[in-house]
Write a protein that binds this ligand. Sequence first.
Ligand code: ADP
Ligand code: MG
Length: 360
Amino acid sequence: MKPVLRVQDLAKAYRPGGPAVAGVSFAVAPGEIFALLGPSGSGKTTTLRLIAGFERPDRGEVWIAGRQASGGGRFLPPEERGVGYVFQDHALFPHLTVLENVMFGLHRRPPRRRRARALEVLDLVGLTVFKDRRPDELSGGQQQRVALARAIAPGPPLVLLDEAFSSLDAGLREVTRAEVRALLKATGTSAVLVTHDQEEALSFADRLGVMRAGRLVQVGTPEEVYHLPATPFVARFLGHTNLVPARAHGDWAETPLGRVPLARPAEGAVRLSIRPEHLELLPPQAAEGVPGRVRSRAFKGHDLTLEVEAAGRRYRVQADYRSRFFPGDPVRVRVREPAVAVGRNAEAEPPGVKRERAAD
Ligand code: ADP
Ligand code: MG
């Protein structure tokens, strides 16, 4: 099927020498929800603004529903791109009612149809009873649903959402997110969500792209990107992990925690990503694992995190809420899932070799 959005080698610098977006390519299929995930300043909003037509690219192309919107000497203004947007701050008109706000996006239709369509979309987002209220008489989550209703009312094939849930508090954010996702799926609308929140990207998107310094460093399903990170940066950005030096021999590796199977074949001196939930603590008399000692324990309610020292390194271990290990306890540490080689092992490389910086 033809993609609803295709972005090809898109680049934009606001000032010479410091590109905000430095060659980004991806495509979004009909009905697909795609997330751009990355730290603040990595170029997510600029990418979205280039897609929307709020910015002109220095280089590259944007294709929306088979039509070239930017590139090759063309530049369609935002209002001709047929795309809906939802921003972090809702940007609702404070002096208009909910119904009028949604009707605003339908200015190209005859007045009678505008009202009927706006009521239909408000029904879809469950806000019919609030149609005569003004935005300041609604909760943050309700305002966000109005903003979404306004964006989807004209029936665009693609909606762009920039940190659309970030201003909501935790509980409301999760509920609103699930509702918005269900609505996009029910209407077959494609979406690109920009977020710096890894949990949001993992739970909202069908596929996601991880951005760093203006580039996409990895694109895949949430499971692929979480379980098979391409670089140490991706491994860390998607959640906690232990980066461990190892020597790889194809589908297994020698590590300070013993022999470990690899999820992806590798050779030589590598760094492995081992997720905290992939480590297991056993009693000191167990036959498996390597000996270690618990250094700290943080209770989280549904689970808990332990820091364990073993073979001269510290490891973060996620344990069941029933775990009976406490600081000072001797344990054995076992790797219970295949690990992932995420790059060369800088510790084992000669000086002068360029290496990926672990933190940003
Ligand atoms: P993100 O949305 O991932 O936080 P942005 O796309 O907003 O990142 O910003 C990427 C880079 O471009 C940052 O270094 C930011 O400071 C810079 N930038 C963003 N917008 C502008 C602008 N209007 N003028 C100048 N620099 C900008
Ligand atoms: Mg941004």
